[in-house]
Structure formats: structure tokens, C-alpha cells
Design a protein around this ligand. Structure first.
Ligand code: SF4
Length: 468
């Protein structure tokens, strides 16, 4: 059987503000995970439109398309194209799960929720010529999932080919997050068996890993065993976790010991009223500065995530948030305009309050205001969001934040990581064009090397050595 798996490009990947590097970071792991359920003699072509031109002239028997909110219209056009050619087309992913009736119009079958149980079921039905219209995931387990088909991934086109996911979902329930809609009807947080996760890590070449889990520290027992197993592996890695998990117990120390060098942290807002509004209880009454100091003391760089446009935000929120990030030496910041994704509690609330301004899904890109704001006008919100990015990543602020670290090495790491990420677009574009992005990996591994805290200026030369 000939199978085509497609990740269509997100709409924002084509905007004039598109930074090509942002869309060449991670390979389509979800599709490569599902590909592992195909038979050895199936012919599989996995294409990611973010890094290659789609070949639509082929004639596959089965087409599998992953749908996010801002690639939905493009996904539907591709689906129609292949249906006309006589292929069997299936759609799955976050947007399909949120709006199954919409997706159903373009697909022969749809998948709601994660696919580890339903995709193999579908394949069996398809081979028996009895596929169902809807596959709804009920059993949630990562036990005995086959190894991801990483051979289908064009590694040289990604900055982080070694991305990995060892859990699914998250134990929390923030109102603006897609997670609850995607995992409705079953467990919404579960993990791999530790030994399977370690075996998957072992299969990855090089030193660098990026855990794409929503919350790598979400299950403390699992995470502690994982980090214990990783100790001798000589890895450096990045991941995401919540403020409360950084402050609790000694898990973060174990992570640092295993090689954690940079962490994505969802601070989201500095306003307690906004935290209450978003049901982000895990951040309430938590000392953000204490969490930051703890990470810095372990030499872990921080990527802070912030949302603008929650109801308690006023026109000063942008400056307040940028200044706070710079003064706390956050290495990189990711800002978002609040976006009420369909299927979330936030969307439901805003719909009931008559605040949803458009249902044109390709505008739901977290850079566009799609709802009626309260203390800010839509123009103020959009302007402030753009301003925050420019201001945080001004050389002056990058330099100022870098110099706040104690150790010289941490200062330099911050400077290279933040400056390199935002200020060298032509270099990134050249690497993308020449399909040699993964050649930069040794540099990234060096920047993510361990920080030794030696409070002696003469030790600078020693600190700059990469710790093997
Ligand atoms: S902590 Fe993050 S992943 Fe978990 S529900 Fe909240 S926003 Fe979603």
C-alpha cells in the first residue's frame, strides 16, 4: 500500500513576518509515530510543508493529514485534491478533535484525540475494507508503542531533529489550552514506560535532545526515574515545565544533573486576577522570582511564555512584562496574543459573552486579535505585542539581561543563545536554503554545556571550556 503523510504549513509560516527558522525547528513527530504502525512493505512518504515543497502529483492509496487550527483550510484543500484522485483521506489532530463536524466534510475518516490506539485499529479496518467514519480515542496508553519511524524524517532540514515526547498531555487544566479538548473522554495525562523512553533516547544520535512534552516534570515519579536513567548518557536537553514543579522537591536538581540546560516556563501573566480568570491555579501564589533563581543557580536558561490580552491587562502590561523578563534575566521570551481556540473553555465563555469576532481559523495564530478585548483596545493589544518582541530582543536588553548572571559562562551563553536566535536571520536562512541546519547542532550543544559556578574572574578561561 502507498501511504502519504502530510503536515501542511501553518498559515503564519507564510506571513511577511515569518521567520523561516521558527518553522524548521522540529520534525513532524506525531506522523512519524503513527507511521510506525504501518506494515513493513507499505511505501510511506512523509512530507512536512514547512521545510519542503509538497509533491501533490503522486497517487497514494491512503493519505493521512495532520490538522492544526491555522493549517486547517490548507489541509482541507489537500484532502479534496487527493479525494478527487481516488485516495482514501483521513484527518486527525487538535483542530479535527475540536471541530469534528467541520473536518468530516473533507475526510473519509477522522481521528479524535491521540492516535496510538485508533490508528492501528483503522489500518486493520481499512485493509478489511470496512473503515469507520470516526475513530474516537478511549484507551490511553503508551505501553508497547513501536519505535518512531525516524527514518522518514529529513534530519538535515531541522534545527532540532532529536525532538522527543515521552508523556502525553498535562495534569493541569488552563482555560485557554487545547489540552482538555484533545484528551476529552479519557486520561488527559499519561507517560511512557521509563525503559521505553530511555531506549528511544538511546536511539538518537549526538548529545542534544528537545523534549516536546507539555510538562516534562508533570509526573514526578516518572521524571525522577527518567533523569536517573539519563545520568550516564552524556546528554544536554531542553524541555518545558510549570512554575510549581520547579519549586517543589528536588526534581529540578535531578533534571539538571541529567543534562537539563534550558526550560520553557509558562509564566503567562504577572496578574493574579488573570491567573484566576484562566484557571491557571498552579501559578497562583507561586514566587516566580524564586523559581527563576533556582533555575539560574543550576545553570538552566529560561524561555518564558507570556500571554497578552487577558481581561486584567491594561496598556502598561507590555512594558511591565518586558521589564520583568529583562530584570529577571530570562534568556528568551515567547509572547502570545490571547487566542480562544475552539473546544476550549475560553472559547465557550467568550462565545456566550458574544466576544468572538471571527471564526476564520487561519487568524487564530496568536498574533492576531480575534475577540473583543476589555481594558485594552484591539489596536493597543496588537501594537503592544509587536512592541514587546522588539523591545525584549533589542541588543540593549539582550546585553542587560545577559550581564545579570553570576557566572561569566552563563552571561555568554545567554548572549549567544538569545542574540543568535533573534539577530542572525540571514545565517539561519542560509542554513535552511542549503539544507544544512543540523550542522549547527555542535554549536547549540556547546551553548547548552554545563555552567560551572566559579566566582573568580581569573577562572573565565576555564569556564569557557565545554564541559564534556
Ligand atoms: S500547564 Fe500548559 S499544557 Fe498544561 S493545561 Fe496549562 S497551558 Fe496547557
Amino acid at each position: 500500500m502507498k501511504v502519504k503523510m502530510i503536515l501542511p504549513a501553518l498559515a503564519e509560516a507564510e506571513s511577511p513576518f515569518w521567520r523561516p527558522i521558527k518553522y524548521s525547528l522540529f520534525p513532524p513527530l506525531g506522523l512519524a509515530t503513527l507511521a510506525a504502525y504501518l506494515a513493513p512493505d507499505d511505501e510511506v512518504d512523509l512530507q512536512d510543508q514547512h521545510v519542503e515543497k509538497l509533491n501533490l502529483n503522486d497517487n497514494p492509496d491512503l493519505v493521512v493529514i495532520q490538522v492544526y487550527i491555522t493549517n486547517a483550510y490548507r489541509a482541507y484543500r489537500i484532502a479534496e485534491h487527493y479525494k478527487k484522485k481516488g485516495a482514501y483521506v483521513v484527518l486527525g489532530g487538535l483542530h479535527v478533535t475540536s471541530l469534528p463536524d467541520e473536518a468530516m466534510q473533507y475526510a473519509d475518516s477522522i481521528f479524535m484525540g491521540p492516535g496510538e490506539e485508533t490508528f492501528p485499529q483503522f489500518l486493520q479496518d481499512f485493509r478489511n475494507k470496512q473503515p469507520k467514519k470516526i475513530y474516537f480515542s478511549k484507551i490511553r496508553t503508551l505501553d508497547k508503542i513501536p519505535p518512531i519511524r525516524r527514518d522518514l524524517i529529513k534530519r538535515n532540514r531541522y534545527l532540532v531533529p532529536n525532538s522527543i515526547v515521552v508523556t502525553r498531555g498535562c495534569p493541569h487544566h488552563c482555560d485557554f489550552c487545547y489540552k482538555d479538548a484533545f484528551f476529552e473522554g479519557g486520561k488527559s495525562f499519561y507517560t511512557q514506560v521509563v525503559d521505553d523512553a530511555l531506549a528511544e533516547i538511546d536511539r538518537l544520535p549526538g548529545r542534544h535532545l528537545y523534549f516536546l512534552d507539555d510538562h516534562l516534570l508533570g509526573n514526578a515519579k516518572f521524571a525522577a526515574s527518567l533523569f536517573e536513567g539519563m545520568k550516564g548518557m552524556n546528554r544536554v536537553f531542553q524541555g518545558a515545565a510549570t512554575v510549581d514543579s520547579i519549586l517543589r522537591g528536588d526534581l529540578i536538581e535531578k533534571a539538571a544533573e541529567a543534562g537539563l540546560r534550558s526550560l520553557f516556563v509558562g509564566f503567562e501573566t504577572l496578574s493574579p486576577a488573570n491567573l484566576v480568570q484562566s484557571n491557571k491555579k498552579q501559578n497562583l501564589k507561586k514566587d516566580y522570582t524564586e523559581a527563576i533563581n533556582r533555575l539560574h543557580s543550576l545553570g538552566i536558561m529560561i524561555n518564558g511564555s507570556f500571554v497578552f490580552g487577558l481581561d486584567d491587562d491594561d496598556p502598561d502590561v507590555f512594558k511591565r512584562t518586558v521589564d520583568w523578563g529583562v530584570n529577571n534575566a530570562i534568556t528568551t521570551s515567547t509572547y502570545h496574543i490571547l487566542t480562544p481556540y475552539p473546544g476550549t473553555k475560553l472559547f465557550q465563555d467568550m462565545h456566550e459573552q458574544g466576544r468572538i469576532l471571527t471564526r476564520q481559523w487561519d487568524k487564530y495564530d496568536t498574533r492576531t486579535v480575534v475577540y473583543k478585548t476589555t481594558k485594552l483596545t484591539a489596536e493597543e493589544l496588537k501594537y503592544g505585542y509587536d512592541w514587546a518582541y522588539k523591545e525584549f530582543y533589542s541588543w540593549q536588553n539582550i546585553f542587560k539581561a545577559s550581564m545579570l548572571h553570576e557566572s561569566h559562562k552563563h552571561k555568554l551563553k545567554h548572549l549567544f543563545y538569545s542574540g543568535g536566535w533573534k539577530k542572525f536571520e540571514p545565517v539561519w536562512n542560509f542554513l535552511i536554503k542549503t539544507k544544512s541546519l543540523n550542522n549547527i547542532l555542535p554549536v547549540l550543544e556547546s551553548i547548552l554545556s554545563k555552567v560551572r559556578y566559579i566566582n573568580n574572574d581569573n577562572a573565565l578561561a576555564k569556564e569557557l571550556q565545554i564541559v564534556k
